[in-house]
Design a protein around this ligand. Structure first.
Ligand SMILES: [Zn+2]
Length: 410
């Protein structure tokens, strides 16, 4: 996503270095006239793009729509899609387009065999050549709990959480949220029954994976166990969870890292214990805001440890004593933190622990970040450096003052 100034700069540098690699492929035209507004039109109600097969999440289009120039706001949905696709295409090089296409096929293959509708009907509706449709046939298994695939607040969440979100004031949110260390927020969130259902659903699609001998993609480079929930049909439900329940909280507590403009997510479960992952090294998440909720079951160990928030440049700098926090998981209780909050998980020493993770991202924040150097509003080290610069400047001013006083004494 881009705002007025950045688009111009990109095209200039592309022409300047002359190699044409990177963002704009030489075979595609430059849409120099396509511009977005710098600030969103917050009164505008965006269209719903959920039914379209797009290279980016439908919510990216809904979010981007508010940045369209006024003349584009009332044109047809197709025209808007075309306009936004042309802008977004500058951010998707050929290699990435192939990867996105492959991932879409991978997900279709799973959903056509593990889904609510009749597999044959589903395959028929796909816009793929017949030989590709045939290759989608695998042993089939149906979801166990259809009620998980759309949000039902009263059966998913505890009453205190629903109340705070529906009141939607900073005061109501603070009344249910604890902050055991700056930037780490915890609160009661999921009903025990919902945790049970989700655990059994995860077990059910893992059974399908074994029956079908299907190689699934793991949630990230660090977890060898667990599954991406978005690939198994839970994407819409998790999008709604982010939009309606996490964005109101992030808007208040994580505004400086795009908390109010979260527009895409990566949702998955991780599994720890015997015959699963043991622990998780020190890292940052590929997210602006991360939700981490323990679903169960019985376990010991597995504490999360936090070590301060850092920008890319400072990710390996020292931890200050006040940044140290160890947190023990409680099933149903959520932990919400910035993706750039450095953390890891200690070994799960006995039993079996499964956590739900939702990495929430903001395309607006990511775009704007490219043109910023100082992150002292959230990076602990940038903050420390800024204070040090201020301290030195005050010290220099004092010295100058003493020198002048000294001179006038002579
Ligand atoms: Zn920094």
């Amino acid at each position: 996503m881009s705002c007025d100034g950045s688009v111009g700069r990109r095209e200039e540098s592309q022409t300047g270095n002359g190699n044409g690699n990177g963002v704009v492929a030489s075979s595609r035209p430059l849409y120099a006239s396509h511009r977005l507004r710098l600030n969103p039109n917050t009164d505008h109600k965006p269209e719903n793009y959920d039914d379209l097969q797009l290279e980016f999440s439908p919510s990216v289009f809904s979010s981007l729509e508010r940045y369209l120039p006024p003349s584009m706001l009332n044109v047809s949905r197709d025209a808007k899609v075309q306009y936004m696709k042309e802008i977004l295409s500058r951010y998707l090089p050929e290699g990435e387009r192939t990867r996105v296409q492959r991932h879409r096929e991978y997900r279709q293959k799973i959903i056509s065999n593990y889904q609510n509708r009749c597999g044959r009907m589903w395959r028929k509706s796909l816009s793929l050549p017949t030989h590709k449709k045939k290759s989608l046939s695998l042993p089939r298994r149906k979801p166990l709990h259809r009620e998980l695939y759309t949000i039902h607040p009263t059966t998913f969440f505890v009453p205190s959480f629903i109340k705070a979100i529906s009141e939607n004031t900073e005061e109501s949110l603070r009344s249910i949220i604890s902050e055991p260390s700056p930037g780490v927020y915890t609160f009661e969130m999921l009903q025990p029954r919902f945790c049970e259902l989700l655990l059994s659903e995860v077990e059910n699609f893992e059974k399908w994976v074994r029956e079908a001998k299907f190689r699934i993609m793991r949630p990230n480079t660090m977890n060898k166990f667990g599954a991406v929930l978005d690939d198994f049909g839970l994407e819409t439900m998790l999008d709604k969870l982010m939009d309606d329940f996490l964005r109101p909280i992030s808007k208040v507590f994580f505004a400086e890292v795009g908390g109010s403009t979260l527009d895409s997510h990566h949702g998955f479960v991780v599994e720890y214990g015997k015959d699963r992952d043991v622990d998780l090294g020190f890292h940052v998440d590929d997210s602006e805001v991360t939700l981490n909720v323990c679903l169960g079951k019985q376990f010991s160990g597995g504490e999360l440890f936090f070590r301060g928030i850092r920008c890319d440049k400072h990710v390996n700098t020292e931890t200050q004593p006040e940044e140290i926090l160890d947190y023990s998981h409680v099933p149903g209780q959520a932990v919400l933190h910035r993706g750039r909050h450095r953390h890891g998980a200690r070994a799960t020493t006995s039993g079996h622990r499964i956590n739900l993770l939702l990495w929430c991202r903001s395309s607006v924040f990511r775009e704007l970040k490219k043109y910023q150097k100082d992150f002292s509003s959230w990076c602990g080290e940038c903050q420390r450096e800024k204070k040090e610069r201020q301290r030195q400047s005050v010290a220099a001013s004092k010295l100058e003052l003493f020198r002048r006083e000294g001179e006038s004494m002579i």
